[in-house]
Write a protein that binds this ligand. Structure first.
Ligand SMILES: Nc1nc2c(ncn2[C@@H]2O[C@H](COP(=O)(O)OP(=O)(O)O)[C@@H](O)[C@H]2O)c(=O)[nH]1
Ligand SMILES: [Mg+2]
Length: 324
C-alpha cells in the first residue's frame, strides 16, 4: 500500500509501534489543519495526557536549541523518550533556520523525535497545530514533549506558557531580564536559565532576574503557593547546567502534583485550545457574513450614517450567531 493512501487509523497503528514516517505523517496532517487534523485529534485525544509538557522560550539566538540538545542527552540517559516540537514563526518549512535547528538538536539517539512546525504567517494555525502535535507525540508514547518557541509574539508566548513547566532562557549582557518582564515572560516562567554563562556579565544577568523576581513578589504576581522560580546557569557549548535543569524540571513537576496544580494547568491548556478553535470559527463566520450581500448592506448603512457603529455590530453579530 502506498504511504500517502494510509488512513489516519493506519498511520496511528504504525506510529504507536515507533514507525517514524507514520509519526511524521500524523504531524503533517495536524499542521494541515481542518478535517485531517480533526481526524488525528479524534484518535489521539483519549490516549494522551500522560506526557509531561515542557515549554522553552527566549530570544532568537539565546541558545535554546543548544540547551535542548544538552538537555535531551540527560533526559535520554535518565531513561525517558523525549520529543521536541520546534516552532519557527518566520521560516518557511524549507527555511535554513529549521534545518539548522534540526542539525543542532538532532540527537543521534533514535529514542528522540524532533519536529519543526512553521506557522506560515497564520497565528491561529499555530495555536491549534501545537496542541495537536503534542497530543500525537504524547499518544504514541513520547515523554516528555518539549516545545521550543522564540519569546516574541503573543501566540508563541501563550503556547509555551500553557506547558506544564515553562523555561525562560536569558543571556548575559543583553538586558534579557527587562525584556522578559516586558514580554510577560516573568509571570509564566517556572524555571529561568541564564545560558552562555561562559560569557562576561552572567552574574549580572542572574542578579537582574533575582531583582525582577523580588519586584514581582512585591506586586503579587508570583505563584500562589509561594514557589520562587529557580535560576540555573548553563553553558550549552559544553553542557554544564543541563543536569541541574532536568532536576529542576522534575522537581517542578512534583510540585505541581503535590499542590494539585497539575490538573488546573492542563484544564487551562484545554481551555486555551478551545478558545482558539471557537474564535477561529467565529472569525471565519464573520468574514463570510461581511462578504455576503446582507453584510455589505450593513456596511453601506454604516458608511452612509444611517445606523450607528454599535447598531451595525449588533446586526452583524445577530447574523453571525443566528441559529437556523
Ligand atoms: N558562548 C556560548 N555560545 C552558545 C551557548 N549556547 C549556544 N551558543 C551559541 O549561540 C548561537 C545560537 O544558538 P541556538 O541554540 O541556535 O539558539 P536559539 O536560536 O535560541 O535556538 C549558536 O552559535 C550557539 O553555538 C553557550 O552556552 N555559550
Ligand atoms: Mg532554536
Amino acid at each position: 500500500m502506498k504511504r500517502d493512501s494510509q488512513t489516519p487509523v493506519e498511520l496511528f497503528d504504525a506510529a504507536i509501534t515507533g514507525q517514524r514516517h507514520a509519526i511524521g505523517r500524523l504531524l503533517s496532517l495536524v499542521e494541515q489543519g481542518g478535517e485531517a487534523a480533526d481526524a488525528v485529534s479524534a484518535l489521539t485525544h483519549e490516549k494522551s495526557g500522560d506526557a509531561m509538557v515542557i515549554g522553552i522560550t527566549g530570544p532568537p539566538g539565546s541558545g535554546k536549541s543548544s540547551l535542548l540538545s544538552q538537555l535531551l542527552k540527560v533526559i535520554v540517559a535518565a531513561g525517558f523518550r523525549p520529543a521536541v516540537i520546534a516552532v519557527d514563526p518566520s521560516s518557511p518549512l524549507t527555511g535554513g533556520a529549521i534545518l539548522g535547528d534540526r542539525v543542532r538538536i538532532d540527537a543521534t539517539d533514535t529514542a528522540t523525535f524532533i519536529r519543526s512546525i512553521a506557522t506560515r504567517g497564520h497565528s491561529g494555525g499555530l495555536a491549534l497545530a501545537v496542541p495537536g502535535a503534542v497530543r500525537v507525540l504524547d499518544a504514541v508514547g513520547f515523554n516528555p514533549v518539549i516545545i521550543e518557541t522564540v519569546g516574541v509574539g503573543q501566540v508563541e508566548v501563550d503556547v509555551t506558557a500553557s506547558a506544564d513547566t515553562t523555561i525562560v532562557v536569558a543571556n548575559p549582557g543583553t538586558g534579557d531580564a527587562v525584556q522578559a518582564n516586558k514580554a510577560g515572560l516573568l509571570e509564566v516562567a517556572d524555571i529561568f536559565v541564564v545560558n552562555k554563562s561562559d560569557l562576561p556579565g552572567s552574574n549580572d544577568a542572574r542578579r537582574d532576574l533575582e531583582l525582577m523576581l523580588d519586584l514581582s513578589h512585591m506586586t503579587g504576581q508570583e505563584d500562589s503557593t509561594g514557589r520562587r522560580p529557580p535560576i540555573i546557569m548553563a553553558n550549552s557549548l559544553e553542557g554544564s547546567g543541563a543536569a541541574e535543569l532536568w532536576s529542576a524540571i522534575v522537581e517542578h513537576g512534583e510540585h505541581l502534583v503535590a499542590t494539585n496544580q497539575i490538573d488546573t494547568r492542563r484544564a487551562k491548556r484545554q481551555l486555551a485550545e478551545l478558545r482558539s478553535r471557537v474564535s477561529d470559527a467565529l472569525l471565519d463566520a464573520l468574514d463570510n457574513e461581511l462578504a455576503s450581500e446582507q453584510g455589505a448592506d450593513v456596511v453601506a448603512a454604516l458608511s452612509d450614517r444611517r445606523i450607528t457603529p454599535s447598531e451595525a455590530s449588533s446586526q452583524i453579530i445577530d447574523r453571525v450567531i443566528r441559529i437556523d
